[in-house]
Design a protein around this ligand. Sequence first.
Ligand SMILES: NC(=O)c1ccc[n+]([C@@H]2O[C@H](COP(=O)([O-])OP(=O)(O)OC[C@H]3O[C@@H](n4cnc5c(N)ncnc54)[C@H](OP(=O)(O)O)[C@@H]3O)[C@@H](O)[C@H]2O)c1
Length: 234
Amino acid sequence: MLAARNRERLQALADDCARLGAHAIAVPTDVTDPAQCEAMIAQAVEHFGGVDVLVANAGATMWSRFDELEDLSILEHIMAVNYFGAVYCTRAALPWLKRARGQIVAVASVAGLTGVPARSGYCATKHAMVGFFDSLRIELADDGVSVTVVAPDFVVSEIHRRALGADGRPLGKTPMQESRIMTADRCAELIVAAAAKRQRLLITSRRGRLGRWLKLIWPGLIDRIARRAIEQRH
Ligand SMILES: NC(=O)c1ccc[n+]([C@@H]2O[C@H](COP(=O)([O-])OP(=O)(O)OC[C@H]3O[C@@H](n4cnc5c(N)ncnc54)[C@H](OP(=O)(O)O)[C@@H]3O)[C@@H](O)[C@H]2O)c1
């Protein structure tokens, strides 16, 4: 079952899935609304008889220093999508996931593991996700529901051009050097493989994996790497 806000694009994706031999339904949903998340899961149950895997992937980002932000509601909006959206979907799906001894795949970010300039509000949402899902993993261990937290590094997608700038409007074009970052297909392959193994944490880049350890002994170096990644945009 595929959920996002744009009905036409969702249906086109469901049609692509059908062409590849999968059975998919498109359910337009705004994850910032708990009632819509409940209704979306209810449709999944009605159509498929239950929920085995929940992938909490909907996300939005920003591109602005905090001291240049003109409108703080940007931070509330991205928290509503990234964090509360994942929480509402999880709450709705949980009874069914328990019944299926299923799994949750929570798409966070390397920005959920360390600070990143121009992304303070986004980092906060992803740190919130990591804290929430790390806690839930412990709570659900006896129910046989596993939690895979995904921490992608930069990926080519629409999120960069849709990132909200200091004035609260989408940038409109990507600031990233897209030829130098991971493709969405590759990222999806890594996520599927990690989910199949019920892996606890997937970090998609070498610098992300190394950074996790290095941060313990040399946190200032990790700050410099994060700063350079934003300045060089890859
Ligand atoms: N791309 C990266 O560099 C990167 C790196 C680390 C982590 N991530 C994470 O990966 C996830 C996927 O992002 P992406 O890079 O694929 O970005 P994307 O191309 O912009 O896709 C974001 C998806 O979220 C949906 N969405 C946004 N707001 C929503 C809402 N209120 N309700 C329901 N769906 C909503 C969008 O569909 P509609 O607009 O139609 O609703 C779209 O399908 C996000 O959680 C992001 O934070 C991305």
